[in-house]
Design a protein around this ligand. Sequence first.
Ligand code: AMP
Length: 231
Amino acid sequence: MALEERPVGKLDRAVIFLGPPGSGKGTQAKELARQYGVPHLSTGDMLREHVSNGTPLGLKAKPIMERGELVPDSLVLKMVADRIERPDCEHGFVFDGFPRTVAQAKYLGEMLRRQGFKQPFVIHMVIPTSVLMKRLTGRRTCKQGGEIYNIYERPPKVEGICDNDGGELLHRPDDREEVVAPRLNAYEKLTAPLVQYYRRLGSLHDVDANRSVEEVRREIGQLVSAMRGTR
Ligand code: AMP
């Protein structure tokens, strides 16, 4: 990162990445969180961890996630509330995959108000549905560090192995073709209404996500740095 692009100061609020599966939320949210030194909170990653640890929450969530449906709010909201109360969240955090319904957004608004945070800053990743299938079915994620690749657009140097740490690259079970369609349907039906919800609140910022990771990263960096210091 060039020196002049390096962010100065703190994030001091929640940044939300809103967009369909495959729009690049994970890649960009991780990068933004890294730049500002705040936690990257992916509810999908948290749920997958519960599933692999076989916790009671994981056992309930597993079949729902395998079908590409949303896990009920009764399970997700408590998990998120517990997480953002931890001390590492006091200077803000980046959400990836949360909120996913208007009910979750309302609950989050309440939680943030109670904890004295400003209104969240929402980045809406805009992308044509036609490119999502390729992005999702080609996605591979490093088992160790979580680095995200795409076998068509951003392949690793050695097939199946992470360039960064040599970790094994995994194909998420819900990135298989037959589960992608229900996930996109769930997005259209339950999550897309959040675009209107946050636009009305004046918190939404559209970003053209159908560009290179670097171009999208640069625009998000500029938006977030212009946001700091505003209400
Ligand atoms: P993701 O990694 O964000 O694509 O999420 C993977 C899966 O986890 C989704 O298809 C849902 O089944 C579940 N999930 C993740 N975040 C949420 C959420 N905020 N509300 C409900 N279900 C979620």
